[in-house]
Design a protein around this ligand. Structure first.
Ligand code: IMP
Length: 427
Protein backbone atom coordinates (compact mmCIF):
# COMPACT_ATOMS: atom_id res chain seq x y z
CA UNK A 1 0.00 0.00 0.00
CA UNK A 2 1.35 3.39 -0.95
CA UNK A 3 -1.37 5.93 -0.20
CA UNK A 4 -0.19 9.00 1.69
CA UNK A 5 -2.39 11.82 3.00
CA UNK A 6 -0.91 15.30 3.37
CA UNK A 7 -2.90 17.79 5.45
CA UNK A 8 -2.44 21.28 6.88
CA UNK A 9 -1.59 21.19 10.60
CA UNK A 10 -2.52 24.82 11.31
CA UNK A 11 -5.05 27.27 9.80
CA UNK A 12 -4.17 26.61 6.17
CA UNK A 13 -1.42 28.32 4.15
CA UNK A 14 1.23 26.03 5.65
CA UNK A 15 2.97 25.62 2.29
CA UNK A 16 1.19 22.43 1.27
CA UNK A 17 1.57 23.26 -2.44
CA UNK A 18 5.35 23.10 -2.32
CA UNK A 19 5.47 19.94 -0.18
CA UNK A 20 2.89 18.13 -2.34
CA UNK A 21 4.81 19.24 -5.43
CA UNK A 22 8.01 17.70 -4.02
CA UNK A 23 6.35 14.41 -3.13
CA UNK A 24 4.47 14.24 -6.43
CA UNK A 25 7.79 13.75 -8.16
CA UNK A 26 7.35 10.14 -7.13
CA UNK A 27 3.51 9.99 -7.04
CA UNK A 28 1.45 8.31 -9.73
CA UNK A 29 -1.86 9.85 -8.68
CA UNK A 30 -2.58 13.09 -6.79
CA UNK A 31 -6.06 13.54 -5.32
CA UNK A 32 -7.79 16.69 -4.01
CA UNK A 33 -10.61 15.55 -1.71
CA UNK A 34 -12.12 18.64 -0.05
CA UNK A 35 -12.66 22.37 -0.41
CA UNK A 36 -12.65 24.35 -3.62
CA UNK A 37 -11.21 27.58 -5.00
CA UNK A 38 -10.84 28.94 -1.45
CA UNK A 39 -7.50 27.11 -1.60
CA UNK A 40 -4.49 28.60 -3.33
CA UNK A 41 -1.54 26.24 -3.56
CA UNK A 42 1.59 28.11 -4.57
CA UNK A 43 4.25 26.32 -6.60
CA UNK A 44 7.56 27.80 -7.63
CA UNK A 45 9.28 26.16 -10.60
CA UNK A 46 12.46 27.90 -11.70
CA UNK A 47 11.50 31.57 -11.97
CA UNK A 48 7.82 30.83 -12.48
CA UNK A 49 5.26 31.13 -9.68
CA UNK A 50 2.08 29.14 -10.31
CA UNK A 51 -0.97 29.17 -8.06
CA UNK A 52 -3.48 26.35 -8.42
CA UNK A 53 -6.82 26.67 -6.70
CA UNK A 54 -8.78 23.64 -7.84
CA UNK A 55 -6.50 21.42 -9.90
CA UNK A 56 -4.23 19.16 -7.77
CA UNK A 57 -0.63 20.37 -7.45
CA UNK A 58 0.53 17.18 -9.23
CA UNK A 59 -0.46 18.72 -12.57
CA UNK A 60 3.05 20.18 -12.92
CA UNK A 61 4.58 16.68 -13.05
CA UNK A 62 3.85 15.22 -16.49
CA UNK A 63 3.58 11.65 -15.24
CA UNK A 64 1.07 12.22 -12.40
CA UNK A 65 -2.65 11.66 -12.90
CA UNK A 66 -4.70 14.24 -11.06
CA UNK A 67 -8.07 13.61 -9.47
CA UNK A 68 -10.66 16.07 -8.20
CA UNK A 69 -12.83 13.89 -5.98
CA UNK A 70 -16.45 14.16 -4.89
CA UNK A 71 -15.69 15.88 -1.59
CA UNK A 72 -14.67 19.00 -3.50
CA UNK A 73 -16.85 21.93 -4.50
CA UNK A 74 -16.02 23.07 -8.02
CA UNK A 75 -16.62 26.47 -9.56
CA UNK A 76 -16.83 25.44 -13.23
CA UNK A 77 -15.73 28.84 -14.59
CA UNK A 78 -12.69 28.90 -12.30
CA UNK A 79 -11.76 25.34 -13.31
CA UNK A 80 -11.88 26.10 -17.03
CA UNK A 81 -9.82 29.28 -16.50
CA UNK A 82 -7.27 27.32 -14.49
CA UNK A 83 -7.00 24.58 -17.12
CA UNK A 84 -6.53 27.20 -19.88
CA UNK A 85 -3.84 28.99 -17.85
CA UNK A 86 -1.98 25.74 -17.17
CA UNK A 87 -2.17 24.68 -20.84
CA UNK A 88 -0.91 28.13 -21.92
CA UNK A 89 2.16 27.60 -19.72
CA UNK A 90 2.80 24.20 -21.25
CA UNK A 91 1.27 21.94 -18.58
CA UNK A 92 -0.94 19.39 -20.34
CA UNK A 93 -4.17 18.43 -18.58
CA UNK A 94 -5.81 16.31 -21.26
CA UNK A 95 -6.01 12.63 -20.30
CA UNK A 96 -4.42 13.40 -16.90
CA UNK A 97 -7.11 15.34 -15.07
CA UNK A 98 -10.21 13.52 -13.81
CA UNK A 99 -13.21 15.12 -12.10
CA UNK A 100 -15.83 13.27 -10.07
CA UNK A 101 -19.36 13.49 -11.45
CA UNK A 102 -20.47 13.60 -7.79
CA UNK A 103 -18.55 16.77 -6.87
CA UNK A 104 -20.86 19.73 -6.25
CA UNK A 105 -20.87 22.83 -8.43
CA UNK A 106 -20.40 26.31 -7.00
CA UNK A 107 -22.96 28.51 -8.75
CA UNK A 108 -23.25 32.30 -9.00
CA UNK A 109 -25.78 32.51 -6.14
CA UNK A 110 -23.36 30.69 -3.79
CA UNK A 111 -20.73 33.36 -4.37
CA UNK A 112 -23.34 36.11 -4.10
CA UNK A 113 -24.73 34.83 -0.77
CA UNK A 114 -21.23 34.30 0.67
CA UNK A 115 -20.35 37.92 -0.14
CA UNK A 116 -23.68 39.41 1.04
CA UNK A 117 -23.53 37.54 4.35
CA UNK A 118 -19.98 38.67 5.04
CA UNK A 119 -20.93 42.26 4.22
CA UNK A 120 -23.96 42.09 6.55
CA UNK A 121 -22.15 40.39 9.48
CA UNK A 122 -21.00 42.37 12.51
CA UNK A 123 -17.60 42.13 14.16
CA UNK A 124 -18.61 39.13 16.31
CA UNK A 125 -20.16 37.01 13.56
CA UNK A 126 -18.00 37.80 10.54
CA UNK A 127 -16.00 34.74 9.49
CA UNK A 128 -13.76 36.43 6.98
CA UNK A 129 -14.48 33.85 4.28
CA UNK A 130 -12.79 33.89 0.91
CA UNK A 131 -16.21 34.79 -0.62
CA UNK A 132 -15.83 32.02 -3.17
CA UNK A 133 -19.24 30.50 -2.34
CA UNK A 134 -17.82 27.57 -0.39
CA UNK A 135 -20.18 27.64 2.63
CA UNK A 136 -23.46 28.08 0.68
CA UNK A 137 -22.45 25.32 -1.78
CA UNK A 138 -21.81 22.82 1.04
CA UNK A 139 -25.10 23.98 2.61
CA UNK A 140 -26.92 22.97 -0.59
CA UNK A 141 -25.13 19.62 -0.50
CA UNK A 142 -26.31 18.96 3.08
CA UNK A 143 -29.81 20.20 2.21
CA UNK A 144 -29.85 17.65 -0.64
CA UNK A 145 -30.57 20.19 -3.33
CA UNK A 146 -27.03 20.64 -4.64
CA UNK A 147 -26.14 20.52 -8.33
CA UNK A 148 -23.31 18.21 -9.26
CA UNK A 149 -20.79 17.97 -12.09
CA UNK A 150 -22.67 14.95 -13.51
CA UNK A 151 -25.83 17.08 -13.85
CA UNK A 152 -24.12 18.91 -16.73
CA UNK A 153 -24.85 15.86 -18.89
CA UNK A 154 -28.61 16.52 -18.64
CA UNK A 155 -29.19 20.25 -19.07
CA UNK A 156 -33.02 19.98 -18.94
CA UNK A 157 -32.85 18.15 -15.60
CA UNK A 158 -30.22 20.61 -14.38
CA UNK A 159 -32.53 23.53 -15.16
CA UNK A 160 -35.28 22.04 -12.97
CA UNK A 161 -32.82 21.64 -10.10
CA UNK A 162 -31.61 25.20 -10.62
CA UNK A 163 -35.20 26.49 -10.43
CA UNK A 164 -35.73 24.60 -7.14
CA UNK A 165 -32.46 25.78 -5.58
CA UNK A 166 -33.15 29.37 -6.73
CA UNK A 167 -36.58 29.30 -5.08
CA UNK A 168 -35.00 28.10 -1.82
CA UNK A 169 -32.36 30.84 -1.78
CA UNK A 170 -34.41 33.75 -3.16
CA UNK A 171 -35.84 34.87 0.23
CA UNK A 172 -32.36 34.74 1.77
CA UNK A 173 -30.89 36.84 -1.03
CA UNK A 174 -33.77 39.33 -0.83
CA UNK A 175 -33.36 39.54 2.96
CA UNK A 176 -29.71 40.44 2.46
CA UNK A 177 -30.66 43.15 -0.04
CA UNK A 178 -29.45 41.29 -3.12
CA UNK A 179 -30.97 40.07 -6.32
CA UNK A 180 -31.00 36.40 -7.33
CA UNK A 181 -29.22 35.72 -10.66
CA UNK A 182 -31.58 34.76 -13.53
CA UNK A 183 -31.91 31.03 -14.15
CA UNK A 184 -31.69 31.67 -17.93
CA UNK A 185 -28.36 33.45 -17.63
CA UNK A 186 -26.94 30.72 -15.36
CA UNK A 187 -28.14 28.03 -17.79
CA UNK A 188 -26.44 29.81 -20.70
CA UNK A 189 -23.17 29.91 -18.77
CA UNK A 190 -23.41 26.27 -17.67
CA UNK A 191 -24.38 25.16 -21.16
CA UNK A 192 -21.22 26.77 -22.53
CA UNK A 193 -19.01 25.23 -19.81
CA UNK A 194 -20.49 21.72 -19.96
CA UNK A 195 -18.56 20.58 -23.09
CA UNK A 196 -15.31 21.59 -21.37
CA UNK A 197 -16.04 19.72 -18.13
CA UNK A 198 -17.84 16.56 -19.26
CA UNK A 199 -14.79 14.99 -20.98
CA UNK A 200 -13.00 15.15 -17.60
CA UNK A 201 -15.71 13.25 -15.73
CA UNK A 202 -14.80 9.89 -14.21
CA UNK A 203 -15.75 7.55 -11.39
CA UNK A 204 -12.85 8.87 -9.35
CA UNK A 205 -13.45 6.64 -6.32
CA UNK A 206 -12.99 3.56 -8.54
CA UNK A 207 -10.00 5.17 -10.27
CA UNK A 208 -8.27 5.84 -6.94
CA UNK A 209 -9.13 2.37 -5.61
CA UNK A 210 -7.64 0.70 -8.70
CA UNK A 211 -4.47 2.76 -8.33
CA UNK A 212 -4.13 1.84 -4.63
CA UNK A 213 -4.77 -1.85 -5.36
CA UNK A 214 -2.19 -1.81 -8.15
CA UNK A 215 0.39 -0.56 -5.64
CA UNK A 216 0.67 2.87 -7.29
CA UNK A 217 1.82 5.82 -5.23
CA UNK A 218 -1.27 7.85 -4.41
CA UNK A 219 -1.02 11.21 -2.69
CA UNK A 220 -4.07 12.86 -1.12
CA UNK A 221 -3.57 16.61 -1.15
CA UNK A 222 -5.38 18.32 1.73
CA UNK A 223 -6.67 21.87 1.46
CA UNK A 224 -7.07 24.47 4.22
CA UNK A 225 -5.91 23.12 7.61
CA UNK A 226 -7.02 21.08 10.61
CA UNK A 227 -7.87 24.15 12.71
CA UNK A 228 -10.27 25.22 9.90
CA UNK A 229 -11.94 21.79 9.80
CA UNK A 230 -15.74 21.91 10.15
CA UNK A 231 -15.78 19.37 13.01
CA UNK A 232 -12.39 19.75 14.66
CA UNK A 233 -11.41 23.35 13.98
CA UNK A 234 -12.07 26.60 15.84
CA UNK A 235 -15.82 26.52 15.06
CA UNK A 236 -17.61 28.64 13.89
CA UNK A 237 -14.52 30.31 12.40
CA UNK A 238 -13.85 27.40 10.08
CA UNK A 239 -14.43 26.35 6.50
CA UNK A 240 -17.36 24.09 5.58
CA UNK A 241 -15.52 20.87 4.71
CA UNK A 242 -13.43 18.10 6.30
CA UNK A 243 -9.86 19.32 6.13
CA UNK A 244 -8.46 16.51 8.30
CA UNK A 245 -6.93 13.23 7.13
CA UNK A 246 -10.21 11.34 7.64
CA UNK A 247 -11.68 13.75 5.09
CA UNK A 248 -9.54 12.05 2.43
CA UNK A 249 -11.47 8.81 2.94
CA UNK A 250 -14.86 10.55 2.99
CA UNK A 251 -14.13 12.96 0.16
CA UNK A 252 -12.36 10.56 -2.20
CA UNK A 253 -14.32 7.40 -1.42
CA UNK A 254 -11.45 5.24 -0.15
CA UNK A 255 -11.46 3.10 2.97
CA UNK A 256 -9.27 4.10 5.93
CA UNK A 257 -7.51 0.72 5.71
CA UNK A 258 -6.03 1.81 2.36
CA UNK A 259 -4.05 4.71 3.84
CA UNK A 260 -0.41 4.00 4.61
CA UNK A 261 0.71 7.28 6.14
CA UNK A 262 -0.48 10.73 7.18
CA UNK A 263 1.81 13.75 7.04
CA UNK A 264 1.03 17.17 8.52
CA UNK A 265 2.51 20.44 7.32
CA UNK A 266 3.30 23.24 9.77
CA UNK A 267 5.20 26.46 9.41
CA UNK A 268 8.02 27.15 11.87
CA UNK A 269 5.68 29.88 13.18
CA UNK A 270 1.91 30.32 12.72
CA UNK A 271 -0.46 32.29 10.51
CA UNK A 272 -4.19 32.69 10.12
CA UNK A 273 -6.24 34.56 7.54
CA UNK A 274 -9.79 35.63 8.29
CA UNK A 275 -11.47 36.04 11.66
CA UNK A 276 -11.40 33.74 14.69
CA UNK A 277 -9.23 33.06 17.72
CA UNK A 278 -5.45 32.94 17.26
CA UNK A 279 -3.99 32.96 20.78
CA UNK A 280 -0.31 33.20 19.79
CA UNK A 281 -0.91 36.08 17.38
CA UNK A 282 1.72 38.85 17.35
CA UNK A 283 0.01 42.18 16.84
CA UNK A 284 3.27 44.11 16.97
CA UNK A 285 6.37 44.90 14.92
CA UNK A 286 7.57 41.34 15.20
CA UNK A 287 4.31 40.12 13.68
CA UNK A 288 4.79 42.59 10.83
CA UNK A 289 8.36 41.42 10.37
CA UNK A 290 7.20 37.79 10.00
CA UNK A 291 4.46 38.91 7.59
CA UNK A 292 6.94 40.72 5.35
CA UNK A 293 9.74 38.15 5.58
CA UNK A 294 7.33 35.28 4.95
CA UNK A 295 5.35 37.03 2.20
CA UNK A 296 2.26 36.35 4.30
CA UNK A 297 -0.47 37.63 2.02
CA UNK A 298 -3.33 35.34 0.95
CA UNK A 299 -2.69 33.64 -2.39
CA UNK A 300 -6.43 33.72 -3.27
CA UNK A 301 -7.62 37.01 -1.76
CA UNK A 302 -4.36 38.93 -1.25
CA UNK A 303 -5.40 39.64 2.36
CA UNK A 304 -2.55 40.16 4.85
CA UNK A 305 -2.25 37.05 7.01
CA UNK A 306 -2.17 37.34 10.79
CA UNK A 307 1.14 36.01 12.14
CA UNK A 308 2.30 34.58 15.46
CA UNK A 309 4.35 31.96 17.30
CA UNK A 310 4.04 28.22 16.89
CA UNK A 311 1.55 26.53 19.20
CA UNK A 312 2.61 23.11 20.56
CA UNK A 313 -0.67 22.22 22.32
CA UNK A 314 -2.43 22.93 19.00
CA UNK A 315 0.05 20.79 17.05
CA UNK A 316 -0.31 17.89 19.51
CA UNK A 317 -4.10 18.16 19.12
CA UNK A 318 -3.69 18.19 15.34
CA UNK A 319 -1.35 15.16 15.55
CA UNK A 320 -4.08 13.34 17.49
CA UNK A 321 -7.11 14.09 15.31
CA UNK A 322 -5.17 13.24 12.15
CA UNK A 323 -3.07 10.36 13.51
CA UNK A 324 0.03 12.10 12.15
CA UNK A 325 2.99 9.87 11.21
CA UNK A 326 5.23 12.70 10.13
CA UNK A 327 5.68 16.45 9.93
CA UNK A 328 6.98 18.79 7.27
CA UNK A 329 8.18 22.07 8.75
CA UNK A 330 8.05 24.93 6.26
CA UNK A 331 9.40 28.48 6.12
CA UNK A 332 12.13 27.80 8.66
CA UNK A 333 14.22 30.39 6.78
CA UNK A 334 11.73 33.14 7.72
CA UNK A 335 12.83 32.85 11.37
CA UNK A 336 16.46 33.75 10.52
CA UNK A 337 17.61 36.95 12.22
CA UNK A 338 15.48 36.59 15.35
CA UNK A 339 17.52 36.55 18.54
CA UNK A 340 14.92 34.37 20.25
CA UNK A 341 11.94 32.29 19.18
CA UNK A 342 8.93 31.94 21.45
CA UNK A 343 6.98 28.70 21.55
CA UNK A 344 3.57 28.27 23.15
CA UNK A 345 3.94 25.23 25.44
CA UNK A 346 0.74 25.39 27.52
CA UNK A 347 -2.37 27.47 28.27
CA UNK A 348 -3.69 29.25 31.33
CA UNK A 349 -7.46 28.71 31.40
CA UNK A 350 -10.17 29.59 33.99
CA UNK A 351 -9.79 25.92 35.14
CA UNK A 352 -6.01 26.22 35.52
CA UNK A 353 -2.91 25.46 33.47
CA UNK A 354 -3.15 22.86 30.71
CA UNK A 355 -0.87 21.47 28.04
CA UNK A 356 -3.96 20.44 26.03
CA UNK A 357 -5.25 22.71 23.24
CA UNK A 358 -8.41 24.33 24.70
CA UNK A 359 -10.22 24.24 21.34
CA UNK A 360 -13.65 24.80 22.95
CA UNK A 361 -12.58 27.79 25.06
CA UNK A 362 -9.80 29.42 23.09
CA UNK A 363 -11.22 32.90 23.67
CA UNK A 364 -10.54 32.70 27.43
CA UNK A 365 -7.21 30.82 27.23
CA UNK A 366 -3.86 32.58 27.59
CA UNK A 367 -0.77 31.07 25.98
CA UNK A 368 2.29 30.31 28.12
CA UNK A 369 5.58 30.63 26.26
CA UNK A 370 9.04 29.15 26.42
CA UNK A 371 11.93 30.96 24.77
CA UNK A 372 14.39 29.29 22.40
CA UNK A 373 17.60 30.74 20.97
CA UNK A 374 17.30 32.05 17.41
CA UNK A 375 19.94 32.16 14.68
CA UNK A 376 21.24 34.89 12.42
CA UNK A 377 22.37 32.87 9.39
CA UNK A 378 20.36 32.58 6.17
CA UNK A 379 19.16 28.98 5.72
CA UNK A 380 18.33 29.01 2.03
CA UNK A 381 21.42 27.07 0.93
CA UNK A 382 20.99 24.32 3.56
CA UNK A 383 20.26 20.92 2.01
CA UNK A 384 21.03 18.65 4.98
CA UNK A 385 20.47 18.93 8.73
CA UNK A 386 24.21 19.44 9.18
CA UNK A 387 24.06 22.55 6.97
CA UNK A 388 21.73 24.21 9.49
CA UNK A 389 23.02 26.38 12.34
CA UNK A 390 22.94 24.49 15.67
CA UNK A 391 20.01 26.59 16.98
CA UNK A 392 17.83 25.77 13.92
CA UNK A 393 18.69 22.09 14.26
CA UNK A 394 17.82 22.20 17.95
CA UNK A 395 14.51 23.94 17.17
CA UNK A 396 13.52 21.16 14.72
CA UNK A 397 14.53 18.45 17.19
CA UNK A 398 12.55 20.20 19.94
CA UNK A 399 9.40 20.33 17.75
CA UNK A 400 9.80 16.67 16.89
CA UNK A 401 10.17 15.64 20.55
CA UNK A 402 7.44 17.80 22.06
CA UNK A 403 4.86 17.07 19.34
CA UNK A 404 5.90 13.42 19.33
CA UNK A 405 6.00 13.15 15.54
CA UNK A 406 9.18 12.82 13.40
CA UNK A 407 10.11 15.51 10.90
CA UNK A 408 10.12 14.13 7.34
CA UNK A 409 11.11 17.34 5.61
CA UNK A 410 12.11 20.92 6.35
CA UNK A 411 11.67 23.73 3.86
CA UNK A 412 14.11 26.66 3.77
CA UNK A 413 12.73 28.63 0.79
CA UNK A 414 9.99 28.60 -1.84
CA UNK A 415 11.94 26.75 -4.55
CA UNK A 416 11.82 22.98 -4.97
CA UNK A 417 15.53 22.67 -4.26
CA UNK A 418 15.35 24.73 -1.05
CA UNK A 419 14.43 21.63 0.90
CA UNK A 420 15.98 19.33 3.50
CA UNK A 421 14.54 15.88 2.87
CA UNK A 422 14.94 13.56 5.85
CA UNK A 423 12.54 10.69 5.20
CA UNK A 424 10.69 9.37 2.14
CA UNK A 425 6.92 9.97 2.30
CA UNK A 426 6.17 6.68 0.51
CA UNK A 427 9.06 4.62 1.93
P1 IMP B 1 -14.35 29.83 3.34
O1 IMP B 1 -13.66 28.51 3.21
O2 IMP B 1 -14.16 30.71 2.15
O3 IMP B 1 -15.80 29.65 3.72
O4 IMP B 1 -13.68 30.62 4.57
C1 IMP B 1 -13.81 30.18 5.92
C2 IMP B 1 -12.53 30.45 6.69
O5 IMP B 1 -11.48 29.61 6.21
C3 IMP B 1 -11.99 31.88 6.56
O6 IMP B 1 -11.36 32.23 7.78
C4 IMP B 1 -10.96 31.78 5.45
O7 IMP B 1 -9.99 32.79 5.54
C5 IMP B 1 -10.38 30.41 5.77
N1 IMP B 1 -9.81 29.74 4.60
C6 IMP B 1 -10.48 29.11 3.60
N2 IMP B 1 -9.63 28.58 2.73
C7 IMP B 1 -8.40 28.84 3.16
C8 IMP B 1 -7.09 28.50 2.69
O8 IMP B 1 -6.91 27.82 1.67
N3 IMP B 1 -6.05 28.96 3.43
C9 IMP B 1 -6.23 29.68 4.57
N4 IMP B 1 -7.42 30.01 5.06
C10 IMP B 1 -8.51 29.59 4.36
Amino acid sequence: MSAVVIIGAQWGDEGKGKIVDIYTESADVVVRFAGGPNAGHTLVVGDQKIIVRLVPSGILRPTSRCVMAQGMVIDPGVLVEEIDALEARGYATSGRLFVSDLAHLILPYHRLIDGLREAAADAGTKIGTTKRGIGPCYEDKAARRGIRVGDLADLAGLEQKLVRASAAWAPVVRGLGGEMPEVGAMMAELGALAPRLLPLVADTSALVDEAVKAGKRVLFEGAQGTLLDLDHGTYPFVTSSSAIAGGACVGAGVGPTRIKRVLGITKGYATRVGEGPFPTELRDELGERLRVAGGEFGSVTGRPRRTGWIDLPALRYVARVNGLDGLAVTKLDVLSGLSEIQVCVAYETPEGRTTEFPVRHLGSAKPIYESHPGWSESLSSARTLEDLPAAARAYLRYLEETIGVPVFLASVGPRREETIALRDAFG
